[in-house]
Write a protein that binds this ligand. Structure first.
Ligand code: ARG
Ligand code: ZN
Length: 878
């Protein structure tokens, strides 16, 4: 697959740019089918640049119209222009102004990178390398410039003209046209550039910062959707207040604008002062958005806002440092959610996501360090490892340094690096300096790929009251990293005594123990506690204090003891997950599910369901069995998705049989029809009720299918309606087909709800699924250029329908590779992302493994793939 022309970029080759761009003045003129961009770039040679060094500006599908330096047109021999680059052979060895003009056709830009049109609205996506599709530039994050942007457009077509920074003028341009000027005083890399021009509605609000500056806030959207932006606006104001409270960080411009667009490759983008969002992360009303959607909006609004400091004020020196802004900002948005909602519940959700997305990445062919050291296509490194593992690394740092120590380091980071384009090393250095600790081994978390396996054994000596824990850590080889070093692993813990409370000890030896934290540094560590009153049950990795795979020698009974008594709610949840996981895996291995084991587990579930002091959202997670993909990951080899589905199903049936009564009561007790509010408590009530419904329907409880149908029809909000539909579809009840049709008929006029219908179809664990999906895709009216539609249909299928994607006949695999080949021609980012679902292919049993490999090789042999997709494919097959 790899060809000579494949260019791998290495971190070790980083060198500062020979030229800097101080100032950018853009003049953008929008016409019905063409846009002209005139750029005035104030350029100067960097220190140490030899006179005569050529200047190479990046381009991507550009055509140069005119070029001048300091107002004088250039002779042909002075430069070379191709679609990918503009080279000045011998630029002046002083500050000079380069003037270029290019012509763009955003109307035909289906890649949705650079300038494109979404529903007629002109908008941009520049991170990571989209700005070079707008004008020739040094498109790298260590080139920081101030921007002045003048936009001119037909007043009727584009009454709204937005760019970064503050508005600084505008007016009539004659001929029914008008113009607007925006100035961004904060030097920024080009990836943070944005503009929007179109006929948009808006909601307006304001926020007064701690120091008393009034910031004008607006969310722009298509006409008629304004009321659906209220929740996002509320989340924005809460985010602004939180960043002041928690980190002392204030907003720095006079305006903060958000624009919702319907065609967007990613979730959202933190452009300075002008965030652009995938509209599904802005629009919410009870009839169309679920509780999960509301929570997603809240967290992404916060995430993009938080980037203003962690990303924009302090940015990345190069793209290898992506985790510097993403890992840290995910950590910040996670903390925001924890403070706004329930801390343990948010933690469970974050860990579920980590295990569902990052662990399989880290254990498969696409594994890479949180800070990679080479890439062929940077777009392929916006991964769960960079984002979610990156956040876990920051979380471990906070755990190791304590809240105050962590804050001290963050303060020093902002004090020292405000205005910089910097590195992971610089980030770690401020924490080392602020805490006086040596963090050199800790840094391995950024450099070494793979999820460490952590094995624990215990010994108890009744006579001496001595209790020991022996830890062994091992990280398996990953691509390019055959040998692994031991990691610093913070293990938050407690020794739980017979009455369920944590016990103390009189002395400890053999390793680093700081109150309730064990800090492992070596491959093997044995820690001995003296003076322990009685044999404890260890509760380890409380709050999931490190992103590792923990295996212990605890039996099912001890786990169930923790499930009932652990002071750490996360570990209560984890204990139930572990027990279920073992029951299911034993069943996959052919052992019939023993009634006694299933009963003991079910009793613990029922007890949790009735426990006081636990909120409903927590209980909903407690009642959710490990996902089939999670079970497959733990099994790790010779995976047969049908066997996993059947085994999990048998446990659900056993639960619903033994606990049917308690579950039914819990359902009824939470059926009060209060008006919808998206708050955590109400959402938790709905989550628990719907989880219970799912168990009963899938478990085949008498009357449950009818209950789902009734709930579907009577639901007063999308959360309850979609949950009922999903239960019916997952169990493929007698009504499932009719409910899908009803939903299609009555609820899919809104494109975001249509996505829910597409996904519901896609995840049905049912033999007819593939045919239905083919029919949907074949419809000439299917919006085949919209990323949300494509991901809802095929992304959900590949990632969330293990039995049908993993069909034994290989048809699921071929469906996805055919789709990738087709979409890749129009949108490489979407195609490459969908293809990553194949990262598990080697873990299948031989028949499916061959089928998956055949599909992948077929895609490779057909050729003509984008660099994005070719890169994922080559690494997947390697
Ligand atoms: N920086 C944006 C965010 O985290 C995402 C940009 C995604 N870009 C990409 N090439 N995947 O919020
Ligand atoms: Zn981000």
């Amino acid at each position: 697959m790899r060809t000579e022309t494949d260019q791998t970029i290495y971190l070790k080759d980083y060198a500062p740019s020979p030229y800097l761009i101080e100032r950018v003045e853009l003049d953008v003129r929008f016409e019905e089918s063409e846009t002209r961009v005139r750029a005035l770039l104030t350029i100067l040679p960097n220190r140490d640049t030899e006179p005569g060094t050529p200047l190479v500006l990046d381009g991507d599908e550009l055509t140069l119209d005119t070029i001048a330096i300091d107002g004088l047109p250039l002779v042909l021999s002075a430069y070379a222009a191709t679609p990918d680059a503009l080279t000045l052979m011998e630029p002046p060895h002083r500050r000079f102004v380069l003037e270029t003009e290019v012509r763009l056709t955003p109307e035909t830009n289906t890649r949705l990178m650079g300038l494109y049109r979404s529903n007629g609205v002109w908008c941009t996506q520049c991170e990571p390398e989209g700005f070079r599709r707008i004008t020739y530039f040094l498109d790298r994050p260590d080139i920081l410039s101030t921007y002045k942007v003048t936009m001119t457009a037909d007043r009727a077509l584009a009454p709204i003209l937005l760019s970064n920074g503050n508005p600084s003028g505008g007016g009539d341009a004659g001929d029914g046209r008008h113009y607007a000027v925006w100035e961004d005083p904060f030097p920024k890399p080009a990836y943070l550039f944005a503009l929007v021009a179109g006929d948009l509605a808006a909601i307006h609000d304001s926020f007064t910062t701690a120091s008393g500056r009034k910031v004008a806030l607006a969310i722009y959207c298509e006409h008629g959707k304004q009321e659906q932006c209220a929740y996002a606006m509320d989340a924005l104001k809460r985010s602004m207040a939180w960043d002041e409270r928690r980190f002392g960080l204030e907003y720095d411009l006079d305006v903060f604008n958000i624009v919702a667009v319907s065609d967007f490759n990613f979730g959202a983008m933190e452009n300075k002062g002008l965030n652009i969002f995938n509209d599904k992360l802005v629009f919410a009303r009870p009839e169309t958005a679920t509780d999960v959607d509301y929570a997603g909006i809240e967290s992404v609004i916060a995430h993009e806002y938080f980037h203003n400091w962690t990303g924009n004020r302090i940015t990345c020196r190069d793209w290898f440092q992506l985790c510097l802004k993403e890992g840290l900002t995910v950590y910040r948005d996670q903390e925001f959610t924890m403070d706004e909602r329930s801390r343990p519940v948010a933690r469970i959700e974050d860990v579920r996501k980590l295990r569902a997305t990052q662990f399989p990445e880290d254990g498969g062919p696409l594994a890479h360090p949180a800070r990679p050291d080479n890439y062929r296509e940077i777009n392929n490194f916006y991964t769960a490892t960079v984002y979610e593992k990156g956040a876990e690394i920051v979380r471990m740092l906070a755990t190791l340094l304590g809240e105050a120590g962590f804050r001290k380091g963050m303060d020093l980071y902002f004090e020292r690096h405000d205005g910089d384009a910097t590195t992971i090393e610089a980030f770690i250095a401020v924490f080392a300096e602020a805490s006086g600790r040596d963090l050199s081994q800790f840094e391995q978390w950024y450099l070494q790929a793979g999820t460490p396996d952590l094995e624990v054994g215990e010994t108890w000596d009744e006579a001496t009251r001595r209790y020991s824990l022996s830890f062994r850590q091992r990280t398996r080889p990953t691509p390019g990293q055959p040998e692994k070093a031991p990691m610093v692993i913070p293990v938050r813990f407690g020794l739980v005594g017979p009455n369920g409370s944590d016990m103390g000890w009189s002395g400890v030896s053999g390793g680093r123990v700081e109150s309730d934290l064990i800090v492992l540094e070596d491959g093997e560590t044995t820690i001995t506690f003296e003076g322990v009153a009685s044999r404890p049950v260890p509760s380890l990795l409380r709050g999931f204090s490190a992103p590792v795979n923990l295996t212990s020698s605890l039996g099912q009974a001890e786990k169930l003891f923790l499930a009932r008594h652990d002071a750490d709610p996360f570990n209560r949840w984890q204990a139930l997950q572990d027990v279920a996981m073992k029951l299911i895996i034993d069943a996959v291995d052919g052992a019939a599910l023993s009634t006694a084991d299933a009963d003991a587990f079910t009793d613990a579930l029922v007890e949790t369901l009735g426990a006081e002091g636990l909120d409903d959202a927590f209980k909903a997670h407690a009642l959710t069995l490990p996902a089939e993909t999670d079970i497959a990951r733990i099994i790790g080899k010779s995976v047969d998705p049908d066997a996993i589905h059947a085994a999990r199903q048998s446990l659900i049936a056993a639960i619903s049989e033994r606990a049917g009564h308690a579950l039914g009561e819990a359902y009824d007790a939470r059926s009060a029809d209060t008006p919808y509010s998206p708050g955590a408590a109400e959402a938790g009530r709905r989550a628990l009720r719907n989880t219970v419904l799912g168990l009963l329907v899938r478990g085949g409880a008498p009357g449950a299918a009818a209950r789902a149908t009734t709930q579907y029809h009577e639901a007063g909000n999308m959360t309850d309606r979609l949950a009922a539909l999903s239960s019916a579809v997952a169990a493929w009840t007698g009504d499932a087909q009719a409910l899908l049709e009803d939903f299609r008929t009555h609820h899919t006029a809104d494109p975001l709800v249509y996505d829910k219908w597409l996904a519901a179809n896609a995840i049905a664990p049912h033999g007819g699924t593939l045919e239905r999906l083919r029919a949907i895709l074949a419809d000439p009216d299917f919006p085949r250029n919209n990323p949300n539609r494509l991901r809802a249909l095929v992304g959900s299928f590949a990632n969330a329908n293990p039995t049908q994607f993993g069909r034994a006949d290989g048809a699921g695999f071929r469906f996805v590779t055919d789709f990738v080949a087709d979409v890749d021609r129009r949108n490489p980012n979407v195609a490459a992302r969908v293809l990553t679902a194949f990262r598990v292919w080697r873990t299948y049993e031989p028949g499916r493994r061959e089928a998956a490999e055949r599909a992948l090789r077929g895609l490779a042999e057909a050729g003509g793939l984008s660099r994005n997709t070719a890169d994922i494919l080559a690494r997947t097959l390697d």
